[in-house]
Design a protein around this ligand. Sequence first.
Ligand code: PLP
Length: 428
Amino acid sequence: MKRNWHLDTLAVHAGQQSDPSTTAQAVPLYRTAAYCFRDSQHASDLFSLQEAGYIYSRLTNPTNDALEKRMAALEGGAAALTLASGTAAISFAITNILRSGDELVSTNNLYGGTYTLFDAILPQQGITTRFTNVNDFDALEASINDRTRAVFIELIGNPSLDVADIDRYAEIARRYHLPLLVDSTFTPPCLFRPLEHGATIVIHSLSKWIGGHGTAIGGVVTDSGRFDWTDPKFRLYNDPDRGYHNLRFAHDLGDLNALAFILRLRTVGLRNQGPTLAPDSAWLFLQGLESLPVRMERHCQNAYRVAQFLAGHAKVDWVRYPGLERDPSHALAARYLPRGCGGMVVFGPRGGRDAARKLVDSIDLFSLVANVGDAKSLIIHPASTTHSQLSDQDQRDAGIAPELIRLSIGLEHIDDIIAALEDALAVI
Ligand SMILES: *Cc1c(COP(=O)(O)O)cnc(C)c1O
């Protein structure tokens, strides 16, 4: 691999060699559950990790491998692991660090499913989350105590679209020797690379812009390989693991100790708990990655034009898009997102919640769906759908006004997108 390729080139080539058995040029889809061992010695060498190779597709598959290598290259990470969904990626990344009795500190402006995971599901496993408002660093430090094991943020929060000041999060996480986990789904690597700003772990839902066409569900976790897990407070890395020959992940991996996080996620996560990505889906995500940088340019351009249009419309009370000069996150966006602020726009139509629902019901072109990051433009009213499990107060704290409409701007011609919004606003 040439070292100095640009990201657009890596998106097309990284992690792939022409297939050794067939010389196929495209990444082949290896739709197999198992792999033939040469003989019983080969089988036992693979099982005892004396030799590297394929055993069973719950653990490793060559199509998934290519996607993992390509994602690691795009993020500038040491290694990556794909999982069955973005939700599985977040869930298993957290429980790959925290165990019962440990605490997480997270921002509160999160993807709805992530908020519920932290607020309602992880507590059933003895893992507590302390939520703080994004960029409230006094509250962040006040929430860190001797049980804290990780800090979690979304680079652009969902759905309020506030940009997190990641350099300050990284500085505080470093000072307390905590890993910083970043859900960067709204900002794929061609827009932002969290590992260059001190993140320990980057997570993406592949289901969104990386896949790009709303055709598959998947997730990926990329490890910087730079975090020191030998600190005894990380018991999952320092206690002998009965499930793996009493291995201590932070100590006993030899040359691979730097990859302790991702190796534990593969062995304990995939091997023992099973949230494996189907190779068919991995193949679709590889197709998506090849055009990702080109598509993101158009998503960003279209979203900016939509935000400008809404900001100047008489029936719109407010608009949030970090790329707008007057947006509260504009200064942070200018620092972190010079290549574009992504495809999401949120706004409040005049007339509150009822007007918002009427607009959603009457708009043409946009699909009314609980998804983002499709080639098609999408619309939803989060307060009554994706974030309806939050209390009214929690919704307000997370920046979800009752009238907020969330748009994921697609790749259609900008004139058609704006005409659809214009017509829908005329109805309310
Ligand atoms: C969609 C999404 C997720 C969850 O990913 P799935 O693939 O749907 O499980 C997590 N975070 C963000 C920001 C998302 O947009």
